[in-house]
Ligand binder design. Structure first.
Ligand code: NDP
Length: 589
């Protein structure tokens, strides 16, 4: 039995906008100036923004091959030609948690179409060593109440989460109609039939009354465009296609290998401690360091688990949503301030947090030069915060070598390995931890609506949605995890909110004998303006160091990001809209 009585919060001491440790403003301004200097350095190296990455060229197709399934040639199947009521594009958490709600509302005919060979999405693909959630499992894993499941640890590991996905699919009978190893290539509205026609790379013609884009926000692996990378003679793969045949199930094949990893984002932070222990030598090629906070993982306390009452997860999530905003002392203090003062305080609080991250590095890392290299110089939340207790100590090992490219990155790879500052690093295996395309290649992909317009054409002057979910002229189509939705560090809570909303919209349409539901242009315009109003509140995107959070610094993204009005406000808007569907949507029979 664990001696810990309560699972703790995910993020310790996160900035709350109220400075606890007062220092002269010059101190904070000096650090902000250093942040700006580091950001400018990176913009100078990569003015091309997101174009620095590639995911589509034929030469790199090998990096996207599924290593967890047999080849397609061994798995032929006849094209499908049929009609279902609800079709999900993608079989990850978005689809699973929404499908559960649809089943609860009596929907029988549900199909998942998925590129992988099973459900799970992120947790199907990302099997790199150390993969685990970074949000407490009790909040992150969806449908815990419904599944009567309690995660084994505060931070469940990848295989446990993947199994949870499979169990959801089993419980809600989602395997029956599911189609795997299949990628949707076109989604076209047929006005006469009032059905979506869904084409795939397997020659299928599926029809569906409702389509839910559940492709995931970060589902397509990308590679940095590095000169000569195709000439590398060693073995190479991307973190999201981990090749256990090469590394061995427990990385045992790496004991005599020199390994390298490009990238130090959240995936690399989890993989590096395991690689460090397994490889003969490990070279970490760093462009920008991640901020590493405490993890403090621990097994779930059985007493705590058995004392949970039905509805506990929902109650916990709702409390988390209200919690921080609910501290009356903090709220009263903040409310009394003008906008500039609020921003100043929040920034200073963020800087305090980042300096605490720096102090931890100094305490853990024995070599002062390495410690300096590992310090992130950007504002809290400019990049995805990471939580790990083994990452920093890995750099104290004699077989681990940090190659700090100080913002420049690896720009050349030869047959032997990556080159930096005129030096070649010969490697046996090179792992790309270079991340994923953000939304653009997955979700908004060849969707042709009622007016015959492909959705990207409709969005030519900027994304247009209600809540990030509905777009006028695309009846019975719902988008999950897309632009103009709110941001939540616990992504599955955001997705569940959308899933509940979508299930309710579909139920209302069915139960009232309607064929279609389409957002009105006025309601859509109201939301676009809400998004624009909130995005203009701070210069945060422009001031942050480049990364996928700010489209690598690309300009002109006025309405093409998250809704920044806060998750609680998003949730309340959504609830309000559901309270009066007839005012916000046009229904036809
Ligand atoms: P990221 O996009 O976060 O990281 C990519 C990394 O590659 C960055 O460190 C980037 O540097 C680096 N890079 C790119 N090109 C080069 C180059 N030429 N030379 C050197 N370095 C380079 O990808 P991840 O897969 O790590 O994470 C993506 C997201 O997936 C996370 O932010 C998170 O949302 C999610 N995730 C969640 C996890 C969880 O919940 N446990 C675990 C893993 C991922 P730079 O910073 O300078 O751009």
């Amino acid at each position: 039995m664990s001696d810990v009585k309560k699972p703790g919060p995910a993020i310790n001491n996160r900035p709350d906008g109220v400075i606890r440790e007062q220092k002269p403003q010059d101190y904070y301004d000096g650090i902000k100036a250093k942040f700006a200097e580091e950001r400018d350095l990176r913009f100078k190296y990569r003015p091309e923004g997101t174009a620095q990455y590639t995911s589509d060229t034929a030469a790199f197709a090998k990096y996207t091959v599924d290593p967890y399934a047999e080849s397609l040639a061994e798995n032929p199947r006849a094209p499908i030609d049929d009609t279902v009521e609800v079709l999900f594009i993608g079989g990850g958490f978005s689809a699973l948690l929404t499908a559960a709600r649809l089943r609860e509302r009596g929907v029988q005919s549900i199909r998942i179409v998925e590129r992988g060979a099973d459900v799970g999405g992120t947790w199907y693909w990302n099997r790199y060593p150390g993969a685990a959630c970074d949000v407490p499992s009790y909040d992150y894993l969806p449908l815990l109440d419904e599944m009567k499941y309690m995660p084994s640890h505060l931070y469940a590991k990848g295989p446990e989460i993947f199994a949870h996905c499979q169990n959801i699919a089993k419980k809600y009978d989602l395997y029956d109609l599911a189609v795997f190893r299949t990628t949707v290539t076109s989604t076209t509205w047929n006005a006469k039939e009032k059905l979506w026609h869904v084409g795939t790379d397997r020659g299928d013609t599926m029809r569906a009354k409702f389509v839910i884009c559940a492709n995931g926000t970060l589902s397509k692996p990308k590679l940095s465009k590095i000169a000569g990378m195709e000439t590398f003679k060693g073995y190479a793969f991307h973190t999201s296609r981990w090749d256990y045949e090469f590394t061995g199930e427990n990385l045992e094949n790496l004991h005599d290998k020199v390994a390298g990893i490009i990238g130090t984002g959240a995936s690399a932070v989890q993989a590096i401690p395991r690689l460090a222990k397994a490889a003969k030598e490990l070279y970490v090629f760093q462009r920008t360091p991640s901020g590493i906070d405490f993890r403090n993982d621990r097994p779930t306390d059985p007493d705590w688990a058995s004392s949970r009452r039905p509805g506990w997860q929902e109650a916990r999530r709702m409390k988390a949503m209200r919690g921080r905003e609910g501290d009356p002392e903090v709220k009263a203090e903040l409310n009394a301030l003008d906008r500039a003062e609020k921003i100043r305080r929040q920034e200073n609080s963020n800087i305090e947090y980042m300096m605490r991250i720096h102090r931890r590095i100094e305490e853990v890392i024995t070599d002062p030069k390495t410690a300096e290299s590992l310090k992130p110089w950007y504002m809290f939340m400019c990049k995805r915060p990471c939580f790990d207790d083994e990452y920093l100590p890995a750099f104290n090992r004699p077989n681990v070598h940090l190659v700090d490219t100080h913002g420049k990155g690896i720009c050349e790879i030869t047959a032997q390995g990556p080159v930096f500052d005129g030096k070649t690093y010969p490697l046996d295996v090179l792992i790309y931890a270079t991340g994923f395309e953000v939304q653009k290649t997955g979700i908004y992909n060849q969707i042709t609506g009622a007016g015959g317009k492909e959705i990207n054409e409709t969005y030519a002057d900027g994304i247009r949605t209600l809540l990030g979910v509905h777009t006028h002229g695309y009846p019975n189509l719902f988008i999950m995890g897309g632009y103009q939705a709110s941001f939540q560090f616990n992504l599955t809570f955001m997705l569940q909110t959308q899933g509940d909303h979508i299930a309710e919209c579909i139920a209302h349409t069915r139960n009232n004998g309607f064929d279609t539901i389409d957002v009105t242009p006025d309601t859509e315009e109201w939301w676009v303006q809400e998004v624009i109003a909130h995005r203009g509140k701070t210069n945060r995107n422009a001031e942050c160091t480049p990364g996928y959070y700010n489209f690598e610094g690309e300009a002109n993204r006025r309405q093409d990001g998250n809704y920044n009005g806060g998750f609680r406000q998003y949730f309340e808007h959504m609830t309000g809209i559901r309270g009066d569907l007839a005012r916000h949507f046009h229904f036809t029979r």
